[in-house]
Design a protein around this ligand. Sequence first.
Ligand SMILES: Cc1cc2nc3c(=O)[nH]c(=O)nc-3n(C[C@H](O)[C@H](O)[C@H](O)COP(=O)(O)OP(=O)(O)OC[C@H]3O[C@@H](n4cnc5c(N)ncnc54)[C@H](O)[C@@H]3O)c2cc1C
Length: 410
Amino acid sequence: MPDQYLDVFLTKEDFMMRDMLRGFVDKEMMPVRQQIDEDKDHVIVRRILQGLTDLGLQKSPFPPEYGGMGAKSAVSAGILHEELSRGDSGICTACNVTGWAWIPAIAANNKAVLDRFAPEFTGKELRMGCFNMTEPGGPHGGGGCDIENLNLQGRKIRTIAKLEGDEWVLNGQKMWASNCGVADLYCMVCTTDPNLGDEGIALIYVPKDAKGISYGKDEHKAGMAGDKNHSMFLENVRVPKEWRAAGPKIDAELFHNNCVIGRLVTAAMAVGQAQGAFETVLKYTGDRIVADKPIRQHSIGAGILADMAIGIETARWSYLAAAWMYDHPEQYGPPMSQYMLSKTSIAKVYAADMAVSVTNKAMELMGSFGYVREYDVEKYWRDCKIIQLWEGGAQLGRLDVCRGYYDLNL
Ligand SMILES: Cc1cc2nc3c(=O)[nH]c(=O)nc-3n(C[C@H](O)[C@H](O)[C@H](O)COP(=O)(O)OP(=O)(O)OC[C@H]3O[C@@H](n4cnc5c(N)ncnc54)[C@H](O)[C@@H]3O)c2cc1C
């Protein structure tokens, strides 16, 4: 196997999962990926998501006593995101944000949330989750990156959770979150009081049919059509007090953990997108003859292909190394630390920039054929841009890198 060298990080089971997903992507996703942008009602998307549910992906992170497999490995999660994103990163997002929403409740072993909702998510039918963090900004700032800027300690969160008797009462507005509008269960990032900072951060689970929820329009994006992103409005939404993930301080740590893992898996997604574009252009430049020989036999073309391969391999090593560190807290400290956020931000910022550059170069090498839907590259190009923009964007990501090295005074 040409990429057997990855066994530095991957277990035998990881290789088996990777090969299974690679087969699924080639059989179920590649033949229909050009139709996904037109699949407004998500008929194709849901069929593929159901296929992934049949493979056991939906239930895998749940504890065995709830019918899951207790999957925890960040290395395995990275491989999964890379493989699915070679097929379609929108579908990868829709599939895996469900797990992201569940991580806090599973990590906190919140029996009330698990008892009520886990049986549905470990069953045979597709269920979707949403980790609802981002908010709109206001005239005085806030929203967007300010929510996930851990230095701001949740002081910019404006979705307020008030405890009234045995219930949380939620009011506020969210935007952009993946699966928002189609999810069955929402993990809402709230604050009990913005002035409390991290102490106020509260992760509260809300089912889709709770009274007081309404949704905005289906956002029309440049790419990532496999993912739906409606705004969400909460007006006096009531849920039992036990549906808070854990409690003061611990919820902040769980939130930080989700920011760390979010950076990590989206780095892997960018690698999968770039890999898909690379495979397409490698074949194309072998077939297309210019000035009497295949494009890839011209030294100028070979140099570009080499740069693409260097970027992809370097990004893959970077996310796998960060995932390995995340999986070994006994050696590298708590997964939600500033140190780990810096490491996963390095992987994410580098991989996102690399994917934008690789898909751009792939298009150059294919000329007009790179620009048409039939050859797949333009979809990778459109889909990968968001990885630079989400999860803190390019700039906050870089600030988080610095924070792992020195006391950045910002
Ligand atoms: C397809 C898609 C899926 C998404 N999925 C989710 C999801 O599942 N859950 C969720 O909660 N959100 C989700 N988002 C939202 C996304 O994470 C946010 O849009 C993103 O974090 C940035 O917020 P913003 O777009 O408002 O940018 P802004 O906050 O307005 O940032 C604009 C620019 O300012 C920079 N910047 C930010 N802070 C600083 C600073 N301190 N100093 C200097 N520069 C700074 C940014 O890096 C960026 O370059 C999704 C968005 C999309 C489009």
